[in-house]
Ligand binder design. Sequence first.
Ligand code: SAH
Length: 394
Amino acid sequence: MIEDSPRCYQSAGWSEASRAPLSQMEVQQRELLGLTSSDLCLFLESLGERSYHGKQLYHSIYKLRQFQIGQMSDLSRSLRNRLQECSCLTLPQIALSQLSIDGTRKYLFELADGQRIESVFIPEEYRDTLCISTQVGCPMDCKFCLTALIGLARNLTSGEIAGQVLAILKDQEGSSIKAGHAPEQKKTTSLRGRPVNIVLMGIGEPLLNLENVSRALVLMTDPNGIGIPPHRITLSTVGVVPKILELARAPVVPNLAISLSATTDDVRNQLMPVNRKYPIQELIKACAQFPLRPRQRITFEYVLIHSVNDYDDDARRLVKLVSGLRAKVNLLPLNPGQGNAMRSSSPERVRRFQEILTSKGLAAYIRQPRGADIFAACGQLHQQSVPMDVAAVL
Ligand code: SAH
């Protein structure tokens, strides 16, 4: 079955498995964003059209990033008219875009049903990173994360997940075309000649929406479409243990990042309620079963909070916990957000923590927050862009 994606209007749906022709009512309601090449071929067949037009349609949407059906010049005028009558293409709409002083851009997207999510474009020295949301809100309730205050509204569809990538690429290509760079036509997507990385680290817990995330991964990595290779995509999770093993069997397996942020169950239970269901040892066991490509490592993200999880003993325990794994650690000094009493560890403490890890042979990197002035850094995403006054709103 094709996933339960939003239709342009309410609809009873369209079944790939049954290849059932669509009734006129249903045909009028087909949302094209999120459909794979074979989905689109079946859709065109169901309209009585040649199925290869589905491939052209796919190419127009995902490769050429042409989102106006009426402007898809690969398709005949009559087919475009037909498609415009019975389908729609709803890219997440940019409701607001804010530019940080460090070049990071945060997008507030409005979806077809009016729900809002945020995504972040992070230019780096040798690559650009897109931080993408997977749910509207988040149910995990991590005590250091601003997103937790929203709660969960719904899962994103695969079209809405891949649609964030398309919308950001289009927006960024728009600015680079203005700056004199032509859009890319290669198999692998790049911006300004630099590779693009994707991190599923925006709003939401990706493993609670694994089916749609998995479909989005297929769309994002297809060389005939968006074309971002799997090794350039990282999924970050709080550690939903059974879903980690399910992800390992998905058609496209991205890099895995685990938000650990504590080394004892006592502390982790308090910071991340998910730990009461899937304690640290179970999480580490699942990580040990996750298949890795040569030279690939699992990333452990560790939010450093003053006098909570930043002791020397924590660093030593962290080394022991991951000692049997091919692992690296990203240290994230706490970004302000929830307005509670927690504070970031001091720069000296962060460096000392890193030294203990590296002295024992564990690769550890201090991640500088990006876009903190526009609340675009880790743990700061919300459904509205704040604070407006310090951002350059374009
Ligand atoms: N639900 C997923 C992805 C979203 S959070 C997950 O938890 O992994 C992405 C990253 O931001 C996680 O590593 C999380 O630990 C980190 N994070 C959350 N709040 C933060 C904060 N206030 N400061 C720094 N990092 C934070």
